[in-house]
Ligand binder design. Sequence first.
Ligand SMILES: N[C@@H](CCC(=O)N[C@@H](CS)C(=O)NCC(=O)O)C(=O)O
Length: 202
Amino acid sequence: MQLAFSETSPYVRKVRICAIERGLADNIELVPTTVLPTEKNPEYTRDGNPLGKIPALRLDCGQVIYNSGVICEYLDSLPGGDQLIPADASRWAVLTQHHLASGILDALVALRYETWLRPENLRWSDWAEGQQRKAFQAMDWFEAHPEMRHGPLNLAQISLGCALGYWNFRFADLDWRQYSGLKAWYAEFSQRPSMQATQPPA
Ligand SMILES: N[C@@H](CCC(=O)N[C@@H](CS)C(=O)NCC(=O)O)C(=O)O
């Protein structure tokens, strides 16, 4: 399998962590892929994801699947280590929490584009503040629900770890350390070998 990849993408990181945790990483070749919402990558939009977003996973049969959550579900369907998406009644909670943590990423990635890519004279501070607010609202929920951080490793925890890692990577000055439960959890979670092996560049 081939994964369209960038070291800085937190969505790619989520997929890589799932692959490592399920013992599948050796089956995946990482293909460096440059994407930006303001520029077309003709080869990748033709042969990979027409939306021009990473990650996308090319299966050995040639089929391409994209969206990090869909790819993680696919990896979880393959024979490997413990399932990251439970099959029992907790499945829907885990998938919903995964979506919430991915929503932090969506807000932070949008904020990153707004503050780094968009020309200064076109920026809209209300919109940027709205994205920050969404991220903090989701953090409020995670802080108030410590039970999701315990128990067997699952996709929601991985997604939350990637969100906090991206937050530190791109927005070190936007402090989230007031969330003492999340801070303590992340200090431990970020030591997992799969998190260490997929850290964004310094
Ligand atoms: N919902 C998508 C989001 C993927 C995404 O936005 N990836 C960013 C890189 S971190 C990207 O491809 N940006 C390029 C663009 O938006 O055109 C997923 O979960 O895979």
